[in-house]
Structure formats: C-alpha cells, structure tokens
Design a protein around this ligand. Structure first.
Ligand SMILES: [Zn+2]
Ligand SMILES: [Zn+2]
Length: 72
C-alpha cells in the first residue's frame, strides 16, 4: 500500500491530471499532502491554496501522519 492507509488515499496521493498541473486547480484532486508540515489536507477549491488539515482519513478513518507542528 506504499505507506498509505487505504487504496482511496493512495489514489489521491498518486494524483495526476493531464488538464491541471496543480492539484489546487483540479476539481478531481481532493487531498493534498504537505511535505513540509507532514500534514494531510482537504483541498478547498476556492481558487486559492486553502486546505483543511485532516487528522483522519476521510475514507477509512485511519489516523494519518501526525503533524510535526508543536510536537517533539
Ligand atoms: Zn484511508
Ligand atoms: Zn484535473
């Protein structure tokens, strides 16, 4: 499963679209992973780059990688 909790998440993480270079421009892209903060987020398609950080997978409910923010 390549380190992802489920197939749906793996599919999202492997997102690729011929029409949109940026996931934020693509209505088919639902989840983004921020490598810097190690956070998963739901993409808010409001024309910007907003995400809603999620702690649990919306498909299978698994706990996602814990944010590095504020932790040691
Ligand atoms: Zn999952
Ligand atoms: Zn697209």
């Amino acid at each position: 499963m390549n380190g992802h909790c489920c197939e749906s998440m793996a599919r999202q993480m492997a997102w690729h679209c011929d029409d949109h270079e940026d996931a934020f421009d693509c209505p088919d892209a639902l989840v983004s992973f921020n490598a810097r903060s190690q956070e998963y987020g739901l993409i808010v398609h409001d024309g910007g780059t907003s995400v809603i950080v999620i702690d649990f997978c919306p498909w299978c409910g698994s706990r996602l990688s814990v944010s590095q923010r504020g932790r040691r």
